[in-house]
Ligand binder design. Structure first.
Ligand code: 5GP
Length: 173
């Protein structure tokens, strides 16, 4: 793809099983509760579509994006959540991510949500998690697969905009 070679790392059948396992755990942990899922686009779209088919709870889903820009005070990259219309006060919230790498994005999103709302609970589900590069302490409660620090594409994840449609999770050779 483009200038890089990729090979299959996790075939589609295994990904689907892992997503079903995540859904089962969420169904069991939130039995009798209403949940608002907040899906972080673009990369999460395939994970979310597969997961939501298996969720049996009373729930709503909100699709949001992260706008990244240079911060003027800290000098770091600020990641702002845009498009969130739901009122999260008093709600059980589950953030849906494609991949958690360093955790900086997640950290920013959590801070914003906690600044603007008082949810009853907040948890994180991510299709993929890179524990070796994780720099934060926020628990990633539901994980499809832990992966090494290789660059991955497929199942919604892209390389320069390409590869989101790949049905297997692939890594750069
Ligand atoms: P973090 O803030 O946790 O370091 O980065 C999260 C974001 O980085 C993800 O939502 C994703 O967009 C991007 N990212 C991190 N690792 C990978 C990877 O291996 N492949 C792709 N396609 N994106 C990645």
């Amino acid at each position: 793809m483009l200038d890089k070679e990729f090979k299959v790392s996790i075939p589609c059948s295994r990904v689907k099983l892992a997503v079903e396992h995540v859904a089962n755990r969420i169904n069991s942990d939130y039995t009798g509760k209403e949940v608002i899922f907040v899906a972080i686009l673009n990369g999460s779209f395939m994970f979310v579509a597969e997961l939501m088919r298996k969720i049996k709870l009373t729930c709503r889903i909100s699709f949001v994006k992260v706008a990244s820009y240079e911060g003027d005070t800290s000098g770091g990259i600020v990641r702002e959540l845009i498009g969130l219309k739901e009122d999260l006060n008093g709600k059980h919230v589950i953030l849906l991510e494609d991949i958690v790498d360093t955790g900086f994005t997640l950290d920013h999103l959590m801070r914003q949500i906690r600044t603007n709302y008082s949810p009853e609970s907040i948890a994180v589900a991510s299709l993929l998690f890179k524990p070796q590069s994780y720099r934060k302490s926020i628990p990633v409660n539901y994980v499809g697969f832990e992966v090494p620090n290789d660059f991955v594409v497929g199942w919604g994840l892209d390389y320069n905009g390409y590869g989101r449609n790949l049905e297997d999770i692939c890594i750069m050779c």
